[in-house]
Design a protein around this ligand. Structure first.
Ligand SMILES: [Zn+2]
Length: 372
């Protein structure tokens, strides 16, 4: 079905008018996409693990070969699809899908706000990732006065999970990780490992959603990354092809790295109490001093910090914390040159733990963040 040009114009207008009212929207600025392309370019031209990244030429056409880990060749479209995942976790935000577009706008602009921070996986991925208890996917805390180490442990658990999806090893019965049953896996994580996000993945036990669903099969481990919601809100398509699921897992990691340098998400360095709006999007390569909470923030200030990212002065020094583009480039480079072998995956997780999500010794519990 083709949508009329008028409807499309109305939708675009609605989208942009939502910008200040809701979470930053990719259509209003392709920051995640361009940072990821910068990382891709840097990884492509680096003979060794990238430690600094030059400027991506305008005429460079991305074609980053990740076929060694069965992810094919990453062109611009693949980058966009993957890195948008945390903003559009059920993949409904497309101009070819006007119903989904309107639904996303409604939810993120109005519907989800009503649920606020109580939104969880039962109320859906759209609301819980934007306003509820899955905001660690955007390097934020969902509640005030949460210890920074707690938020970081959720972030690292999400990274470890995404890396395991990328590995997709078979279990003892020969079932690939992403095809294992979501609730079996997460219940096991709760019982055996005390995984800090296990409760959020199975919030109400094994007799409730998503362990039991009205239609179709219960969730698989890979379902979190598999939805494609078009017209019908309750019966989304599920694309469980390993390449799709695993690409979104990789995109989720890159998005999380990038978000963590936006001062509205997590504070780093000397920011932001007296910093004017136009300078808020400068990021710092310094340890995290506080994870922010979106609810109590000034939404205009949060949006200003999410504007075109510019490296601050600390990123030119060797601070021990990587620039987000370099960190992304290292992820791509290591995957291309070391694959998903255990040791290499451990290096990626270790790098993210110590050189991206490093906490300041004096990190404060979560709050709206000074200047927000
Ligand atoms: Zn985000």
């Amino acid at each position: 079905m083709r949508s009329s040009p008028l409807l499309l114009i109305a939708l675009v207008a609605a989208l942009f008018s939502q910008q200040s009212a809701s979470r930053t929207i990719w259509l209003a600025g392709d920051h995640h996409e361009s940072m990821t392309l910068d990382s891709l370019y840097c990884a492509e031209i680096s003979p060794t693990t990238p430690m600094a990244c030059g400027t991506r030429p305008d005429d460079w056409t991305p074609a980053f070969d990740l076929s060694n880990i069965d992810l094919g060749v990453w062109n611009e479209d693949r980058v966009k699809d993957a890195v948008r995942y945390p903003d559009d976790p059920v993949s409904e935000l497309r101009f070819s899908n006007p119903v989904g577009l309107v639904r996303w706008l409604w939810n993120v602009g109005i519907g989800c706000k009503r649920m606020g921070k109580d939104a969880d996986i039962q109320t859906g991925l759209r609301c819980s990732t934007h306003y509820g208890n899955l905001q660690f996917m955007h390097a934020m805390s969902s509640d005030v006065r949460t210890d920074a180490t707690q938020t970081k442990s959720k972030i690292m658990a999400w990274i470890d999970f995404s890396l395991a999806v990328l590995q997709n090893h078979p279990n003892a019965d020969g079932i690939l990780f992403i095809q294992d049953i979501h609730c079996n896996y997460w219940t096991g994580q709760k019982d055996n490992n005390g995984n800090p996000i296990a409760d959020l993945m199975v919030p109400n036990g094994e007799d409730e959603f998503p362990c039991v669903v009205n239609k179709g099969s219960p969730w698989f481990v890979g379902s979190l990354f598999a939805f494609r919601c078009n017209v019908n809100i309750y019966s989304c398509d599920v694309d469980m092809t390993p390449q799709h699921v695993r690409s979104n897992a990789l995109g989720a990691i890159l998005h999380l790295i990038q978000d963590s340098y936006s001062q509205g998400h997590a504070l780093r360095g000397n920011c932001c109490a007296n910093v004017p709006d136009h300078a808020l999007a400068a990021y710092e390569c310094a340890p995290i001093t506080q994870f922010n909470v979106y609810g109590p923030q000034d939404k205009g200030r949060h949006g200003a910090a999410d504007d075109v990212p510019v490296a601050g002065e600390s990123c030119a020094q060797n601070s021990g914390v990587l620039d987000p583009v370099v960190a992304g480039a290292q992820v791509f480079w290591l995957l291309k040159h070391g694959g998903v072998a255990e040791e290499n995956i451990a290096s990626i997780a270790g790098m993210l733990n110590t050189q991206v999500f490093r906490l300041s010794d004096t990190a404060l519990p979560s709050g709206k963040g000074a200047g927000f």
